[in-house]
Design a binder for this molecule. Structure first.
Ligand SMILES: Cc1cc2nc3c(=O)[nH]c(=O)nc-3n(C[C@H](O)[C@H](O)[C@H](O)COP(=O)(O)OP(=O)(O)OC[C@H]3O[C@@H](n4cnc5c(N)ncnc54)[C@H](O)[C@@H]3O)c2cc1C
Length: 403
């Protein structure tokens, strides 16, 4: 005899936990499964090396699902300027929150802060169940519902199973959904640094020949770096002594933060372009990195996943309210049409920017510099890019619109 839920979500990272909160808040009977319990408390130091730059749209979603206040209490870092410049041309782009109706452009938040705040919120919702640690042995899709068997033999059934188990999603594979993509042969090297000069609440990004170096302002005055490097270079930089790394980094930043004083633990993540060929199957969808893995150069992966979570939650809640079965083919196709094109457009632009900034072609280099300066001096175009980067575009799910 299997235990039945309206929705089972596999993967309680940023994206899956958000979908779970949104559904449970609307009274939908939802179970969240994860292989691991996330940390809820930690010592003040060091900062988590994994952080996310969150857009205004993501802030709206996280506020709507009831996690934002707890995130603020745990610590979030607002930024009101973004400064982008090119090492190989005169191209510069500068965005200022003063040119928008908002006081910040976005927030830099440790991933553990987002996940812990979402899980706290989920635990307070009566229609949510957390099954953790849980390991999935089998998935069976059918016309009527989806069945899951856990490795301890527990049988579960749901009208809709949402796979939010990350870019190597086991559920996506079990459902027979293929992916298209390639390895970038670049790593994102991440670490937390402190510097002589203030970060000035600015997200800095310098395009270097191997890839962009981002210096993201944290609440405690430090910066989180995300440095895209060729895989071999990144592995070499992991081996440098702290003193050698600080010197290399300072040179790469062009001294924009003055002397780089300290660096915490370093990590490197291989980067991949990958998308699921289908977002849905019978009573089954993929969201977040399970559906799309993109280059982190504009920090959009989690933001895109949060829009997936808000979209599938909105469609499921609406279907339930009008008495349509949860997980119907119609609802899942609507979700796929809504999110797949938007995600592909975002991923493709990240990919094109990465290619344009790592090219050896001198003509293209000069063109990109001219292009950046042109955008910087063209108010309407700059405003368009600014709003896009803040996640404020047409066709957003209601939760992302802050209404
Ligand atoms: C260097 C770097 C910098 C980035 N910076 C940004 C940024 O600034 N802004 C931004 O928006 N995005 C950024 N991203 C992307 C962002 O980190 C991801 O898009 C986001 O974390 C994906 O969240 P997710 O919940 O979909 O998946 P994940 O975070 O991968 O979570 C998956 C969850 O599923 C669980 N799980 C996995 N397998 C199973 C299983 N078989 N059974 C049960 N549970 C399972 C895991 O334990 C985990 O909790 C960055 C990525 C990188 C690599």
């Amino acid at each position: 005899m299997s235990k039945k839920y309206a929705v089972i979500i596999v993967g309680g990272g940023i994206v899956g936990a958000t979908a779970a909160c949104a559904l449970a808040q609307a009274g939908i009977d939802v179970a969240l499964l994860d292989a691991r319990n996330p940390a809820r408390t930690w010592p003040a130091d060091p900062v988590d090396i994994r952080v996310s730059a969150l857009t205004r749209a993501s802030q709206n979603i996280l506020r709507a699902v009831g996690a934002w206040d707890a995130m603020e209490q745990r610590g979030i870092g607002p930024y009101d300027h973004m400064h982008v410049w090119d090492a190989d041309s005169a191209g510069v782009l500068h965005f200022d929150a003063a040119d928008t109706e908002f006081s910040e452009l976005g927030y830099i938040v440790e991933n553990r802060v987002i996940v812990a705040s979402l899980w706290d919120q989920l635990e307070s919702l009566p229609s949510a169940t957390i099954l953790c640690p849980a390991s999935i042995m089998d998935l069976q899709l059918s016309d009527n519902s989806t069945q899951i068997t856990l490795s301890d033999g527990t049988a579960l059934e749901a009208d809709l199973v949402i796979a939010a188990d990350g870019r190597d999603s086991a559920l996506r594979q079990m459902a027979g959904i293929q992916t298209t993509g390639w390895e970038y042969k670049q790593d994102g090297l991440v670490a937390t640094i402190s510097s002589e000069k203030s970060h000035q609440f600015t997200a800095w990004q310098r395009f270097l020949p191997e890839g962009p170096l981002a210096l993201l302002p944290l609440k405690n005055g430090q910066c989180s770096i995300v440095w895209t490097l060729k895989h071999d270079t990144a592995q070499d930089y992991l081996q440098l002594s702290d003193a050698e790394f600080l010197q290399t980094l300072e040179h790469a930043t062009e001294g924009v933060l003055g002397k780089i004083l300290t660096v915490g633990p370093r990590g490197a993540f291989p980067l991949r372009f990958q998308y699921a060929q289908q977002y849905s199957a019978d009573h089954f969808v993929v969201i977040g990195d399970a559906a799309h893995a993109m280059h982190p150069l504009a920090g959009q992966g989690a933001n895109a996943g949060l829009l997936d979570a808000a979209a599938i939650a909105e469609l499921t809640i609406k279907a339930d309210q009008v008495g349509r079965p949860i997980g119907s083919h119609k609802t899942l196709r609507q979700y796929e049409r809504w999110r797949k094109g938007d995600n592909l457009a975002m991923m493709s632009s990240m990919d094109a920017i990465n290619k344009m900034y790592t090219t050896d072609n001198e003509v293209l280099r000069q063109l990109r510099g001219t292009g950046m300066s042109w955008v910087n001096h063209t108010a309407w175009l700059k405003n368009y890019f600014n709003r896009y980067a803040m996640g404020l575009r047409d066709d957003l799910p209601a939760l992302a619109r802050g209404i």
